[in-house]
Design a protein around this ligand. Structure first.
Ligand code: NI
Length: 157
């Protein structure tokens, strides 16, 4: 288990497409453990593997202190809209308002390879969308609501 460095905005790896996880093996478990340590240490609510330099379709989210591991996740349903502020561990000290669905349904594999369904509203929906975008090389900055700009904040380091 280890805390990994989080890649930031200017690192070109964040713009790359992550590859599907095919093998549910010890290496995957190691990545999941390292991501968990890194997420807790950084006090984030979500982390994609690419943010620690691993181009695999793996995301962790933390809702109410419960960590969910999402492997090969896909959004299968979107409902409604919301415009709220979002931030990213890879874009330190900034935030910006994005346009996201109000509710999303995600299907993903767990560490055993079994498919599970998750539904999230408001913050959880934003978090699912934000983290899944990382797997396709996108940052929330690409998704700002019309007329919005990223701004500096002291809340995120
Ligand atoms: Ni992010």
């Amino acid at each position: 288990m280890a805390i990994r460095n989080i890649r930031t905005e200017e690192d070109p790896i964040l713009r790359k497409i992550s590859r599907k996880v095919e093998n549910f093996d010890d290496r995957l478990l190691m990545i999941l453990d390292d991501m968990k340590d890194t997420l807790i240490k950084s006090q984030g609510i979500g982390l994609a593997a690419v943010q620690i330099g691993i181009l695999r379709r793996i995301v962790l989210v933390r809702f109410n202190d419960k960590i969910i591991e999402l492997i090969n996740p896909e959004i299968i349903e979107r409902e409604g809209e919301q415009i709220e502020a979002e931030a990213c561990l890879s874009v330190p000290r900034k935030a910006g308002k994005t346009l996201r669905p109000k509710t999303v349904t995600v299907k993903a594999q767990n560490r055993n390879g079994n498919w599970c369904i998750y539904k999230g509203t408001d913050l959880e929906a934003r978090c699912f969308c934000h983290e899944l975008d990382h797997l396709d090389g996108k940052l929330y900055l690409d998704n700002l609501a019309p007329g919005e700009k990223a701004y500096f904040t002291r809340d995120y380091e």
